[in-house]
Design a binder for this molecule. Structure first.
Ligand SMILES: [Zn+2]
Ligand SMILES: [Zn+2]
Length: 141
């Protein structure tokens, strides 16, 4: 019982301190620093319970496994940025605002979701230099 509580606390803490939505695998990696012998099945079981208690919100991006963010974050309207290199998802606190005008004539907008794609600062830094002198297709005489 006590071990169960510690696991759940560690999982919740991983999500709360992340400042960005985490995948189950990322949660496992973070929470494993706090509790030994944590397995992915345990992570999923506790996530399910945290979601049903409305402490954790599921973030679903198209074509992606679910990610998890704290409900406190989810309750504030925000968007996400996914890095196409490391696949990590980050929070975007800006919003284009009212998108009603984009709806076809006669339709009413109730909500919107928006995901930006690109590179995070770490992956920009890690990218190989784009220009490294001459390419293979030409010769110098
Ligand atoms: Zn990245
Ligand atoms: Zn918005």
């Amino acid at each position: 019982m006590e071990r169960t509580t510690r696991q759940k606390t560690a999982i919740q803490a991983a999500i709360e301190t992340a400042q960005r939505p985490l995948s189950a695998q990322e949660i496992l990696e973070q929470a494993s620093l706090q509790v030994a012998q944590l397995g992915i099945a345990t992570v999923y079981r506790n996530l399910k319970s945290l979601v049903s208690e409305e402490k954790v919100h599921v973030v679903t991006l198209p074509g992606e496994n679910p990610r998890y963010e704290s409900n406190t974050v989810a309750n504030h309207h925000h968007h996400h940025f996914q890095c196409t290199v490391c696949q990590r998802v980050f929070d975007v606190h800006d919003c284009p605002g009212d998108l009603k005008r984009m709806a076809p004539q006669g339709f009413v907008v109730e909500r919107h979701e928006l995901t930006l794609y690109g590179r995070c600062p770490e992956c920009i830094g890690a990218a190989p230099a784009a220009a490294h002198g001459c390419g293979s297709g030409h010769d110098h005489n």
